[in-house]
Design a binder for this molecule. Structure first.
Ligand code: AMP
Ligand code: MN
Ligand code: MN
Ligand code: MN
Length: 278
């Protein structure tokens, strides 16, 4: 069993990189990728665990992009997390994220929710603040009944106070990833777009822009959706890959390594991705 999509407290998960590596060992995973949102900060500590676990620890990142006017996430796997060009771009993204987050506080205040930037920051363990921390702050304020409610009413994609990221094209993200020795994959396409979306041409375009993996195994998918994405990946000569998108306590019920219907991500995805690194 492998898991190529997880988050630590360096973005919006709740586990340390060390705890994740140990949990992967405990779960008997052959490989585990740490793919925090728009940051490489946790990877030194994650990779330092390699001598202590049998699980192969894969350095990764999940980059926030926009595709056809909607947020789309791009996974970078096996990246050299010290590659100067990649590090520079990711530092720039962190600045853009900060500006966007401040704008989102403004939107919430304008909508009559008396939330402050300090309140949100206080709920993030590092300086990487995401909507997960906004949701927690809104619940704490009593402005939402649950994180899910906060996303629905205020900050989910397309909701009134959501401020999107500045446009980053998936092809641009894939270019950085490949130049840093990694392989780029489309993260959870079935979650980012409506279930009725026709992917065939759009996915072929993403492949042509350098995205070589397609996250076909993902906990939110139904068995039919999973089978459809596996088939689509094969027909486009992309690697069907996947992971749990584990966020620790921020996503209760999501365990390492397990996809929809309890199905596992096939081990061979690892070698297939490795073979296509930049
Ligand atoms: P950000 O990177 O700041 O835009 O935050 C995105 C993160 O918020 C995602 O990675 C998820 O962890 C979380 N998220 C986004 N939409 C939802 C939703 N509808 N329900 C729960 N969590 C969500
Ligand atoms: Mn997240
Ligand atoms: Mn994502
Ligand atoms: Mn993720």
């Amino acid at each position: 069993m492998i898991d190529l999509h997880t988050h630590s407290l360096f973005s919006d998960g709740t586990d340390s990189p060390e705890a994740l590596a140990l949990a992967a060992q405990e779960a008997g995973l052959a490989a585990l990728a740490l793919t925090d949102h728009d940051t490489l900060e946790g990877l030194d500590r994650f990779l330092a665990m390699q001598p202590r676990v049998d699980t192969r620890l894969v350095p990764g990142i999940e980059l926030s992009c926009t595709f056809l006017g909607r947020p789309l996430h791009v996974l970078g796997l096996f990246v050299d997390h010290r590659n100067p060009d990649l590090v520079r771009e990711v530092v720039r993204l962190r600045r853009l994220r900060l500006e966007r987050n401040r704008a989102m506080v403004g939107q919430l205040q304008a909508a009559g929710v008396p939330i402050t930037w300090e309140e949100v920051v206080a709920l993030a363990p590092t300086d990487q603040v995401s909507r997960t921390h906004f949701a927690a702050a809104l619940v704490r304020r009593g402005a939402a009944g649950s994180p899910q409610d906060a996303f629905k009413r205020y900050i989910g994609d397309g909701s009134p106070c959501f401020v999107p990221f500045p446009y980053l094209a998936p092809g641009t993200a894939a270019g950085w990833i490949r130049a840093a020795g990694g392989v780029a994959a489309v993260a959870h396409p079935g979650r980012s777009f409506p279930r009725t979306f026709h992917w065939d041409q759009a996915m072929a375009d993403l492949r042509d822009q350098g995205l070589q993996g397609l996250e076909a195994y993902y906990p939110d998918y139904g068995p039919l959706e999973q089978a459809t994405f596996v088939r689509l990946a094969r027909s486009l000569d992309m690697v069907p890959c996947g992971g749990s998108d584990y966020h620790g306590a921020h996503k209760p019920g999501v365990a390492l390594g397990v996809g929809s219907g309890g199905l596992e991500v096939p081990d061979q995805a690892l070698e297939q991705l490795l073979a296509r690194r930049g």
